[in-house]
Design a protein around this ligand. Structure first.
Ligand code: FAD
Length: 313
């Protein structure tokens, strides 16, 4: 069977859920080979083996983590030249998409970004034009390079004991143009990462600037918190949490929109959520057109009641 490269998304050896999803998808296409960049590969091994990585290629050259993006694309190019994979899967985040684009140029290969599903072929499914169309696509030139959105697959375990192969790469001076001088993790909220969360509770202008009830309900469900652009533009919540066309695109199991009208630009970021619930005091609000469950009411009353009920269980 052909190798399928999966670029491991991790923080200091802690493998993110998206990598488990990519490994699950890779098994549909061939033999998953994980490519791990940076220190801590031994810490990552159990998680990579749990989801079926047959081998782990470890790249530890310090240049790969000292500079922004370009060296990683060069390194992947060298790994791909040796392994001749049937496909390369990368997480659809800002860094992943930039690596994928640079790699596609280097390999003269076709690139598909933001896939919400990948099946044998590989044939991808994507949501395009602000979510108005769903298309299926296939790379017709070179090695298919595909960035896959979080929650595109449910991670399925397939225990393996992958061996680690150290792989030495050569990084050109041209790739070492933007050095990282400082790197601080974002202040931990204790909540799941927005794009990876199974449940998201989002607040809009209807919160009136008080995200307390939104956060409390999110915490009762172990959910992430999101926000509409109106809430972000008003300075009520940081931009990193904005959902929509100019924010993050999310696809959780459950999306709760509280005090959000349902503008097309907001929908573009959340309409592929599996179950959508809205709380809005205006029964004519457009968000009710796409919900599975709707509550007409004041979020300042509905959310605390819902939080109390969930906490009791
Ligand atoms: P509003 O549209 O003002 O809706 C507030 C809702 O809250 C109303 O339906 C109201 O009935 C309800 N409400 C009020 N009080 C309560 C209460 N006490 N309890 C319950 N309900 C209550 N928007 C995004 O969200 N994300 C984007 O990425 C984005 N990108 C954009 C890009 C472009 C180029 C443009 C032009 C716009 C973009 N927008 C985006 C903005 C978008 O058009 C809307 O203006 C925005 O989504 C509205 O946010 P909202 O629903 O919170 O506010």
């Amino acid at each position: 069977m052909s190798n399928v490269l999966v670029l491991v998304d991790h923080t200091g050896g802690t493998v993110r859920k998206t990598t488990a999803e990519l490994l699950t998808i890779a098994r549909r296409l061939g033999e998953p080979v994980a490519v791990y960049i940076g220190e801590g590969v031994q810490d990552a091994l159990p998680a990579l083996g749990q989801y079926g990585a047959t081998k782990v290629i470890a790249l530890t050259n310090p240049e790969l983590t000292q500079y922004l993006v370009a060296p990683k694309a060069e390194a992947l190019q060298q790994v791909a030249a040796k392994l001749e994979p049937a496909a390369i899967l990368i997480s659809s985040n800002a860094e992943g998409k930039e690596i994928a684009a640079r790699l596609a140029v280097k390999l003269e290969s076709g690139l598909i970004t933001d896939a919400v599903d990948v099946q044998a072929g590989p044939v991808t499914t994507q949501s395009v034009f602000a979510g108005n169309y769903t298309v299926q696509a296939k790379v017709t030139h070179g090695t298919p390079i595909i960035t896959v959105k979080p929650n595109a697959a449910t991670p399925e375990a397939a225990e393996t004991s992958p061996e680690v192969e150290e792989f030495d790469v050569t990084i050109s001076d041209a790739a070492k143009t933007a050095r990282i001088t400082d790197s601080k993790p974002r202040e931990a909220t204790g909540r799941p990462e927005l794009t990876e969360a199974a449940i998201i509770v989002s607040g809009g202008r209807g919160t009136g600037g008080d995200f307390g009830p939104v956060e409390a309900f999110a915490d009762s469900l172990g959910a992430a918190v999101g926000a509409s652009r109106a809430a972000v533009d008003s300075g009520w919540y940081p931009h990193a949490y904005q959902v929509g066309q100019t924010g993050k695109t999310v696809s959780p199991q459950l999306y709760v929109a509280a005090g959000i009208s349902g503008a097309i630009q907001h929908r573009a970021g959340m309409q592929t959520s599996k179950t959508i619930v809205a709380i809005n005091k205006d029964e004519e609000a457009p968000i009710f057109e796409l919900v599975d469950f709707g509550v007409v009411g004041d979020l300042h009353k509905v959310l605390p009641t819902a939080t109390e009920e969930v906490t009791k269980r």
